[in-house]
Design a protein around this ligand. Structure first.
Ligand SMILES: [Mn+2]
Length: 291
């Protein structure tokens, strides 16, 4: 490997490390235009990319080196401040990646960065399902004057395709009538589950093509505290990894995002966990395609 990328890259891979391979494309979107409580998610992509330099390139669980499948990192996406304009830029960028047969991996930024990515994926795949792993349902029709607020992400997604929601433990009363109990996997039920059979139910609801959006606040704040809205009672590391493995084997994952990292002094473990999560999911997707 040689060559020096002009911008921060995932795993600090040289820009030409896997030239010519149609692999995955990391899309950093440092956007924080609509978040409602703690600000700072715009610093998320840079913190994740910096932490990724410390991720081991060998993945133990799949016995693979996923970077060999090809991982490119785009320069930080230049987006306008309004969420609708930002969503258009993300949509065009992700659509171009999908057109090349590559796998987009969007790094937030706050959760509204997902809207454009889902738009692009739903435009390309008729049988898309969006799997959301999140503490929040994010199904408000509108919030603080915008239909593209981060609290509205899944309301926009379900206009395009079926959705499945995992890890949910914070909703507004107005959202409850619109949630489908058969497609919501509440955090308190997951915490009390005797085994992983709920993951089979999740996989059973998916269609041939799946886009996965991972809000880091889905995880328990005891080990990922650096998010904008940390909710207690979150998911643990290994169950989520097992879920991602099942999803990658049950369906074709056409893209995913990891959002809402809000870097905080003394909490670099959160950025590292986010980086490792991206690499682990790429490992599972690659292993499923090889199988
Ligand atoms: Mn959330």
């Amino acid at each position: 490997m040689n060559g020096n990328p002009a911008h921060a890259t995932f795993l600090r891979l040289p820009a030409d490390a896997t030239r010519g391979i149609a692999g995955s494309v990391i899309v950093p979107v440092p956007y924080d235009g609509t978040s409602t409580w703690q600000k700072g998610a715009d610093a998320g992509p840079a913190a994740l990319l910096e932490a990724s330099a410390a991720v081991e390139l060998y993945d133990i669980e799949t016995a693979r080196e996923p970077w060999r499948d090809g991982i490119r990192t785009l320069p930080v996406l230049d987006v306008p401040p309004d969420p609708e304009g930002m969503s258009s830029v993300v949509r065009e960028t992700v659509a171009a990646i999908l057109d090349r047969g590559e796998l987009p991996v969007v790094l937030g930024g706050e959760h509204s960065v997902t809207i454009g990515a889902v738009d692009a994926a739903a435009g390309r795949f008729d049988d898309l399902t969006v799997l959301q792993i999140d503490a929040h349902a994010d199904t408000r029709e509108e919030y603080e004057g915008s239909s593209h607020n981060h609290a509205c992400v899944m309301a926009r997604a379900r206009e395009r395709c079926p959705i499945v929601q995992v890890g949910i433990r914070a909703v507004d009363a107005s959202e409850m009538p619109g949630l489908d109990p058969a497609r919501v996997f509440w955090a308190h039920d997951i915490a009390g589950a005797a085994d992983d059979s709920w993951m089979d139910e999740v996989a059973g609801l998916l269609t041939g093509h799946v886009y996965v959006t991972i809000d880091l606040d889905a995880f328990d704040p005891s080990f990922i505290p650096a998010t904008g809205t940390p909710e207690p009672g979150g998911l643990e590391w290994y169950p989520v990894n097992r879920l991602l493995r099942r999803v990658a084997r049950a369906s074709r994952v056409v893209g995913f995002d990891v959002v809402e990292l809000l870097p905080a002094e003394g909490h670099h473990s959160s950025a590292f966990a986010a980086a490792k999560l991206v690499y682990r999911f790429l490992a599972e997707i690659g292993a499923a395609r090889d199988a």
